[in-house]
Design a binder for this molecule. Sequence first.
Ligand code: FES
Ligand SMILES: [Fe+2]
Length: 327
Amino acid sequence: MRRVLLDRSVLLMRGLKGDTAAIGNVCPHRFASLSEGRFERDLVECPYHGLRFDMSGQCVHNPHGDGRITERARVASYPLVERHGALWIWLGDIMAADPARIPDLCLLETTDPTDRAPGYLLTKANYQLLSDNILDLSHADFIHPATLGTGGEIAGTKARARLEGDIVTVEWAFTGKGMAMERSLRDGAEVDSRFEVTWYPAGVMILRNDVGPVGEGEPAAKRAGVHIMTPETSRTTHYFFENADAGRRKKLALALDVFEREDGVVLEEVQRNMGDSDFWDMEPLILSSDSGAILARRVLQRLIRRERARSATASHPPQKARLSQPF
Ligand code: FES
Ligand SMILES: [Fe+2]
């Protein structure tokens, strides 16, 4: 299958033995998309003039003339790792590819695998805007008043953000009536609620929500979900998400509906308002609820600068900063 990632057209393949590979999707001859060609026996055939490429991106068959295969008859090959039910690709300096930087998402594998139900939405907004949205859950009180909102309880609670290495965690803990969609189940009784978002560069988040009787410490309900923002272009994002608790198939429909009709509409409007302007150049007003999102943006800025500096001093040509993301 073809995916555009960080403005690059990439072909993702699964071979006969189940192995996976990612190569450049644009044929070096006349720039046709390899994804439109046939894929047979671990080889992809360009639909235009029939060059065939293996899963490493090397041309292995030239049906023209004497069939000679020149050095330039190949496409890029990108490091790819399959883990936690996702493919993780690295489009940057190949020497910096490090699978150890893939966040631990084992929580997705702890419940019945037949219940796994990953969601996907292509959103017309920059990936950092989507991460900001998860890192500042106060938006739920205004965007999702009938479902995930807490009637102002999250917004009224001071977000506590902390940084450990390159990982940002932001947390809200309060006693109140909790999420709108659950209030009727409890006849309006108050509960202790805790929301926690952990962000890993460049756009992977685990969102946890514990709810329990007031003052009892151990929550009666623990939920978790994973949200992954992979840039397609500077203005569009592949948004992958999955609940990690039981019954996730049922919850997928609600999540898709809520995000598409509520978050997505606002985020795409924000992107239109921002155009191509840089976030910091627009001098955004900062609220207390922004603490996690701002920390994450600072970490990302530092990592991007570091990667650009490393690329500039390396012997190979410099490339734009690329961070580990699932496609
Ligand atoms: S464009 Fe691919 S073989 Fe010509
Ligand atoms: Fe939301």
